[in-house]
Ligand binder design. Structure first.
Ligand code: NAD
Length: 484
């Protein structure tokens, strides 16, 4: 049996084929033990009418090899096409997006030469679930779903990553001062898991100041773990401040399958011109080699690549007059790296990978202790655009729906309390949240809610949706209104 590891490879669109050819040439010259199953993805597949951008056989290849080295693809403009990245991430459970952002100063221009951080972004949940609805003339909603196991999995991954790669600190970033339940769950889970890693420093930053600090003091961060949307944004900020947006590689890691790629897109403006910098994909491939247990080959390539940068052999995108010695094309750049295999950088710190690094880390979730869940009310959302949108008018009408003990206790508009006792100045849309609870907040039955809905409908209201209000172990498990 061959000792070579079979991986799935996609050449992609635009500059994809050129940078993949350069990358595979380097991998081969460095002695990577690989064989390839090449699949077709991207524009040509989309244009055949396959909305996922991936031939059905491509999924079979990934199921078999479990490792995907992917060039960027062009996403056709217009509706109907799904993001291939999102499809791959969600279909194969690639829950962790890992993006190292490192400065290579002075060879790559940056204001922060000491930057060396890794962003570990949750990849499956949050607003990226894409559960959206238009509910009224004026209002749409996008659901942000955060789960305990999803949060725990990515947070454990971040700590295991820090341990495996000798990183000292893990910073969690959330906006839990505002989203106390969703982001609060992530932060709370982080604090719990952190206790299991006493040798790793931890801290938490609110995402807005956290982003500002990445832009201004990136060298103070080591590993950052965060939710999907924040991670997407801060990883571009971090890549930009290190000056290496075109050089970054990225890994999307699941329990079984992992996908490795460049951060950048298919750059159709320079496709076929032998101008593209293959470094992003090459750095993705280096991460892949570490992941599949070939860290010595990964190290050899990373060091030869840094040596090439130091020798001033640069593609056009990183060429600097006075510093670079030679402007080269894609394949010549790859050749220069191949010639330096076995050499180390002289001025930059050589890369060293832990030789014991092997296949995906074993992430075990904590056992779940069931809480006592009690139904204690209901929020009824209605579409209402009458009586000059006077909150007192809708309040008086809905009071007639008080049924079988459930009483209207509160109405909010875009989260702000407008009834009873709202402020005249509050701007109201046509989207109203109306809260019903029993006196003394005693438990509510489903039958009571059904009766209530019957009454609300009879009063002529279009109820958009209901949201049950629960307590868990006696603790309120829903947010209060602004001004409540
Ligand atoms: P892009 O990253 O492709 O290009 C932005 C700019 O950077 C262009 O001027 C380009 O020439 C330059 N550039 C990018 N990579 C380079 C490299 N390796 N060497 C030298 N210069 C490089 O972003 P875009 O133009 O917004 O997107 C083009 C296409 O790529 C779109 O269809 C987009 O949907 C797709 N895209 C795909 C992925 C992916 O497959 N992972 C990621 C991002 C964008």
């Amino acid at each position: 049996m061959s000792s070579k590891r079979k991986i799935t490879v996609a050449y992609g669109d635009g500059i994809g084929p050129e940078i993949m050819k350069a990358t595979l040439n380097i991998l081969e010259a460095a002695g990577a033990q690989l064989e390839y199953d090449v699949i077709e993805i991207g524009e040509q597949v989309y244009l055949k009418g396959i909305s996922s951008g991936m031939e059905p056989g491509a999924f079979e290849s990934l199921k078999e090899t479990k490792i995907f080295l992917k060039s960027p693809i062009t996403t056709p403009q217009g509706g109907g096409f799904k993001s291939l990245n999102v499809t791959t991430r969600t279909s194969f459970g690639l829950f962790a997006n890992v993006r190292p952002c490192k400065a290579y100063s002075p060879y790559i221009k940056t204001h922060y030469p000491e930057t060396d951080l890794v962003i570990i972004r949750e990849n499956e949940e949050d607003l990226y679930a894409g559960i959206e609805h238009r509910q009224t003339q004026e209002v749409v909603q996008s659901l942000k779903l955060i789960s305990r196991p999803g949060s725990e999995k990515i947070i454990r991954y971040a700590f295991e990553y820090a341990k495996k790669y000798g990183r000292k600190k893990v910073t969690c970033m959330t906006k839990d001062n505002i989203m106390k339940l969703a982001d609060g769950l992530f932060h709370k889970t982080f604090d719990e898991i952190a206790k299991e890693y006493p040798n790793i420093q931890t801290d938490h930053k609110i995402i807005d100041i956290g982003s500002a600090l990445i832009a201004e003091r990136p060298q103070t961060f080591d590993v950052i773990v965060t939710l999907n949307l924040y991670g997407d944004i801060i990883s571009d900020i971090a890549a930009q401040v290190t000056g290496s947006v075109g050089l970054g590689g990225s890994a999307n890691v699941g329990e079984e399958v992992a996908m490795f790629e460049a951060i950048h897109g298919s750059a159709p403006d320079i496709a076929g011109m032998d101008m593209a910098n293959p470094s992003g994909l090459l750095n993705g491939a280096v991460m892949m080699l570490v992941h599949i247990g070939q860290p010595d080959v990964a190290e050899k390539i990373a060091n030869a690549w840094m040596r090439t940068l130091e020798d001033g052999i640069h593609t056009g995108d990183i060429y600097q007059e006075g510093l670079s010695s030679k402007k080269v094309g894609t394949q010549e750049f790859a050749q220069a790296i191949i010639e330096r295999l076995g050499q180390k950088p002289v001025n930059m710190i050589p890369t060293v990978f832990d030789k014991s690094a092997t296949e995906p880390m074993n992430i075990k979730l904590s056992p779940v202790t069931k809480s006592k869940k009690e139904l204690i009310g209901v929020d009824v959302f209605v579409d209402w655009d009458e009586d000059g949108r006077d909150p007192n008018a809708i309040g008086e009408k809905l009071r007639q729906a008080d049924a079988d003990g459930l009483k209207l206790t509160l109405i909010t508009n875009r989260g702000v309390k407008v009834f009873p006792g709202g402020m005249r100045e509050t701007f109201c849309t046509d989207h109203w949240r109306c809260r019903f609870q029993n006196a003394g907040q005693s438990p509510v039955s489903h039958a009571q809610i059904l009766d209530l809905m019957d009454q609300v409908a009879k009063l002529g209201f279009d109820f958009i949706k209901t949201e049950n209000l629960y307590s868990f172990d006696g603790v309120r498990a829903y947010s209060l209104a602004q001004g409540e």
